[in-house]
Write a protein that binds this ligand. Structure first.
Ligand code: SIN
Length: 524
């Protein structure tokens, strides 16, 4: 049983977690960052292709504000958008480029190559070819390794937050406000549970993509932080707003590989099975660069009409960019070649897939959740910037801005030493049922969960589908909870327990909200 005390605990290490850790570390605090994967590069950030929003030519924070607000379909938080439009573009240059050393693609004359993405009224997205997230993540981790008071522990899966109400042996704490005091985390290799005590805890565990049958997210996106926060009593919000990206590379088994919106930003057009352009019909103003929810539903509709499993994205015949296609999109080019598609010559088969979660743990402008001592950043959090539908390439920007803010704010949290002696260590279940270790049980539960979410809580929702989803997921939740309690802990079981809770929260929110807004679309 290992007990460890740190001043700031960061759970998860994408752009927002790394930035929070660096900022808290800069303040001189001891920072411990835990990641559930063996490679801290593995997060949603790493797979972000398109880029990060800055300000382009003839652009202004006011125009950017309007674009983000319009995409959010009327339910975005004006204060959060004001913060990211005022601070974000400056942080891209001062922090990412100058302090961290991120390299963004440039034109031959040495100026930055800004690209355009859907629903942006200006060319303002900075990118590192089509591997922007990879470059940012790599440079952030390199920086972290130079900061002595930051420790990274890989292969630790957070289980639950330690709170004064749930984890203390002092019953009198029930009469004071609940406080987050760190987290219990499983050492994936030894099976032991560590007690990580912390004055402040920052949760940066990313989104929920793995709750869906088809997603562009990596395996780690199982809604962990959101479910942990909910169990600890923090507010979660906007849970019905799941964003589907219009263009994942189509393969029969679901490739999980994103075809960046920047491909359409650089001229690429969507074609249906008969080779006809169709976005003009659905969005005469924006056409192929309409907001994501509209493009996704247009594709869904075209697929249904032609009984086709996919549509096509043709960049070969419509490209307008400055570099050649291969140099501009090297990652996409190489991946498509593996599937025998030459994007310089032929259209790419594409299909929509879950991509981003606009809801999450409710935070204020400093990343504080409603549970004192707990901060949330990035896709796990909901600052309200994205409203009902996120504008492209704003997620990395939000992670950056709120990562900085939460890093600063968490390092100002006072000492919680008086609480720590009463915090109990993890209690292992006594009568473990070892027959429950059959891996097929977990695989089948995930299959049920993912297909229910995809079919019933997906791109097009109906009252009947949502009612069924709620009931099926409730049953599955009860079975998984029972299973979880009577078996030894593993990373896979922790993820399943979090996944089913997050799925229930999403389905319930979707059923309660009868009004179609942004990416929450209910067919009458
Ligand atoms: C993309 O490259 O299309 C994804 C960018 C984003 O989701 O913001």
């Amino acid at each position: 049983m290992i007990r460890e005390k740190t001043e700031v605990l960061v759970i998860g290490g994408g752009i927002s977690g790394c930035t929070a850790a660096i900022k808290a570390g800069d303040s001189g605090k001891s920072v411990l960052m835990i990641t559930k994967t063996s490679d801290p590069m593995e997060s949603n950030t790493r797979y972000a292709q398109g880029g990060i929003v800055a300000l382009g030519e003839n652009d202004s924070k006011e125009i950017l504000y309007e674009d983000i607000m319009r995409a959010g379909a009327g339910i975005s938080n004006p204060l959060a958008i004001k913060i990211i439009t005022e601070e974000g573009p400056r942080l891209v240059f001062d922090f990412l480029i100058h302090e961290i050393g991120v390299s963004f693609s440039k034109n031959e004359d040495g100026s930055y190559n800004y690209t355009k993405e859907a629903a942006h009224s200006k060319k303002r997205v900075l990118h590192h070819y089509d591997m922007t997230g990879f470059e940012i993540q790599k440079k952030l981790l390199e920086k972290i390794k130079t900061i002595k008071n930051i420790t990274i522990l890989e292969e630790f899966t957070a289980i639950d937050f330690i709170t004064s109400h749930h984890s203390s042996e002092n019953p009198l704490l029930k009469y004071r406000n609940n406080l987050c005091l760190g987290a219990y985390a499983l050492n994936n290799s030894t099976g032991e549970v560590n007690t990580f005590l912390a004055d402040a805890t920052v949760v940066a565990t990313g989104g929920i993509g793995k709750l869906y049958q088809f997603t562009t997210n990596p395996e780690c996106a199982t809604g962990d932080g959101i479910s942990m926060a909910y169990r600890a009593g923090a507010d979660v919000t906007n849970m019905e707003y799941v964003q589907f990206h219009p263009t994942m590379l189509y393969t029969e088994e679901g490739s999980g590989f994103l075809i960046s919106e920047a491909v359409r930003g650089e001229g690429g057009r969507l074609l249906n099975k008969s080779g006809e352009e169709f976005m003009m019909k659905y969005s005469p103003e924006w056409k192929d660069l309409a907001p994501r929810d509209k493009v996704t539903r247009a594709i869904y509709n075209e697929m249904a009409k032609s009984e086709s499993s996919h549509v096509y994205l043709d960049v070969a015949h419509y490209y307008t960019g400055e570099m050649n296609i291969h140099s501009r999109f090297p990652g996409i080019f190489e991946e498509c070649i593996k599937h025998k598609i030459n994007i310089e010559k032929e259209p790419i088969p594409v299909v929509p897939a879950e991509h981003y979660f606009c809801g999450g743990i409710l935070i204020d402008e400093w990343g504080k959740t409603t549970l004192p001592g707990l901060f949330a950043v990035g896709e796990a959090s909901c600052s309200g910037v994205h409203g009902a539908n996120r504008l492209a390439s704003v997620s990395l920007l939000e992670g950056l801005v709120f990562g900085v803010r939460a890093g600063i704010a968490s390092s100002k949290t006072g000492k919680q030493d008086e609480y720590f002696p009463d915090i109990a260590d993890w209690i292992y279940p006594k009568n473990i049922n070892t027959t429950n270790n059959d891996p097929l049980l977990i695989i089948q539960d995930w299959n049920n969960l993912k297909t229910t979410m995809w079919n019933y809580v997906g791109i097009i929702r109906t009252e009947t589908r949502l009612t069924r989803a709620e009931s099926d997921l409730r049953n599955l939740h009860s079975r998984i909870t029972d299973y979880y309690r009577n078996t030894n802990l593993t990373k896979a079981k922790i993820e399943l327990r979090n996944g089913i809770l997050a799925a229930n929260l999403i389905a319930q929110a979707a059923r309660r909200n009868r009004r179609s807004t942004g990416c929450h679309y209910i067919e009458e």
